[in-house]
Design a protein around this ligand. Structure first.
Ligand SMILES: [Zn+2]
Length: 230
């Protein structure tokens, strides 16, 4: 468990992070984000907004450069990433489901780390680990709930619940904006990639887990459990 923490979670907050994407947010994406913010406000009563300057869009070749300059080859983000250290979103727009990816990074990951109490604590714990004030195993012992994104699920694999929340939120937004076809395509493709790479869980696994939780807890219950103040 400790090793997993340092090898994947910790790396996500250690940054070189060179910004390469040059495309500006167009009016279509701008409109989509505005509608998504409105959805979050009406559904969860949370005012949430992501400034344009935080979102970086890349064409295919820029994306390849970005990945090579910033990540180990074994940890290349497929087509988008939220960098929680710099609070920036990076998305390759030359993928058919890039809008689904934008929802995932902004309303899944960024939303959690910037607006949930557990998300903010999570980043503090990671900073302590990074600066050597806390070891991975101490963190797992001391803060199991926070490292599990507020849930008491067994510690299957770190980031499992965080990924589940991001995919769940992505699904909600795609459904709201009639983009389910993008979401489904992505879910299938990413699940295949993860199975091929023998990843311990797939997007389908974590998404289904959250769909089950939604039936029991309701949408608002999930948000409360994740440490959002509603
Ligand atoms: Zn993710």
């Amino acid at each position: 468990m400790g090793k997993d923490l340092s090898s994947s979670l910790l790396k996500s907050i250690i940054g070189k992070k060179e910004v390469i994407g040059k495309m500006k947010i167009n009016s279509e994406i701008h409109e989509l984000l505005k509608r998504a913010d409105t959805f979050i406000l009406s559904e969860f009563h949370i005012k949430f907004h992501t400034e344009k300057k935080r979102i970086h869009l890349y064409n295919d070749s820029e994306w390849a450069d970005y990945k090579n300059s910033n990540y180990d080859s074994n940890r290349h983000p497929p087509a988008s990433i939220y960098d929680n250290e710099t609070d920036q979103i990076h998305v390759c727009f030359e993928r058919k489901y890039y809008k689904s990816n934008i929802f995932h990074e902004i309303y899944g990951h960024r939303f959690f780390f910037t607006r949930s109490d557990y998300g903010k604590l999570y980043l503090k714990i990671m900073t302590k680990i990074k600066s050597g004030l806390l070891s991975d195993s101490e963190a797992v012992k001391k803060y199991p709930k926070i490292l599990n994104y507020g849930f008491q699920f067994k510690y299957i694999k770190n980031s499992c619940n965080g990924e589940g929340f991001a995919v769940w939120m992505e699904g909600l937004l795609c459904n709201e904006f009639k983009l389910d076809f993008l979401f489904t395509d992505k879910l299938i493709e990413y699940t295949k990639i993860r199975i091929n790479n023998k990843y311990p869980y797939t997007y389908f696994d974590v998404y289904n887990k959250f769909i089950e939780e939604e039936k029991i807890l309701t949408r608002l219950g999930i948000m409360k459990k994740l440490g959002f103040k509603l």
